[in-house]
Design a binder for this molecule. Structure first.
Ligand code: IPE
Ligand code: IPE
Ligand code: MG
Length: 254
């Protein structure tokens, strides 16, 4: 269960209300992790799944509201068929294996991204996990699989255009909230903190709209090597940042 009393050493002097509520992670570097060991890329993905388990458990222990993990982008279909097939089967096996832990920790399981292209076996486990965990009250665990932010925004624009065409939406009444509510993430809080592993300084088409004001934390550490300690460091750094949202922030003594 999410336990608000669990405070790791690195966060002992960080006020709880300064922690992020929603953490999003671009889990990158599985291939490099394997390459550095002379192993096939899929070994990196296998080890990456273990890291998913540890990080999810830790985020839940910390009492975060939501953890969103980028697992497969709409552009990752450009990879070799063998690697894609392995990733899709890993997704299915991960869900079968993790469902008991998801239930034990009362996580709510959600997904982002299109279903087309994902094998039926994996989709069946997705649906089972969403249904089984719907009434849970702990952290939301959201997996972005076959997700691309530009496509999500285009899909939302199309839905709004159809509603306008059918006379159910006045174009003059479209606001940021209208568009946000037509995205896959409707009803979810925006990420406060984005973590990217493996050093790349880019968003790679992840939650572009939703991360307008997310704080970004990048580590050179490859995803399979990520530990609870890295997560604590990221949260600690996040808590030190001043989020201004375009304003002037807290008054200084200048
Ligand atoms: C992230 O690791 C996992 C996915 C994108 C599916 P990569 O497979 O991108 O690893 P690198 O970037 O090649 O090291
Ligand atoms: C981003 O990683 C997507 C995921 C982690 C699922 P990539 O490895 O696909 O990103 P690029 O290609 O380096 O931008
Ligand atoms: Mg990569």
């Amino acid at each position: 269960m999410a336990n608000a009393l669990y405070i790791p050493e690195l966060l002992a002097d960080v006020p709880r209300d300064a922690w992020p509520r929603h953490v999003a992670i671009i889990m990158d570097g599985n291939g490099r992790w394997a390459g550095a060991r002379g192993l096939p890329r899929i070994e990196g993905h296998r080890r990456g799944a273990d890291a998913v388990r540890h990080v999810t458990e830790e985020c839940s222990r910390l009492g975060l509201a939501q953890l969103t993990l980028f697992a497969f982008s709409s552009e990752n279909w450009r990879r070799p068929p063998d690697e894609i097939a392995f990733l899709m089967d890993l997704y299915r096996r991960y869900l079968v294996k993790e469902r008991p832990t998801i239930m034990k920790n009362s996580l709510r399981f959600r997904t982002l991204g299109r279903r087309d292209g994902i094998p039926a076996g994996a989709l069946a486990e997705v649906d089972r996990t969403i249904a089984a965990s719907a009434a849970n009250t702990g952290m939301t665990l959201c997996l972005a699989v076959n997700y691309g932010s530009r496509r999500e925004i285009a899909d939302a624009a199309r839905r709004l255009a159809e509603r306008a065409r059918d006379g159910r939406l006045d174009p003059a009444a479209i606001t940021e909230e209208t568009l946000a509510s037509a995205l896959d993430t409707a009803g979810m809080p925006d990420p406060d903190l984005l973590i990217r592993t493996a050093g790349e300084m880019r968003l790679s088409n992840f939650l572009l709209w939703q991360m307008s004001y997310a704080e970004i934390w990048v580590t050179e550490t490859l995803w399979p090597d990520i530990t609870e300690q890295h997560l604590h460091e990221a949260i600690r750094d996040f808590a030190r940042r001043e989020r201004r949202f375009g304003g002037l922030g807290a008054p200084t003594n200048k």
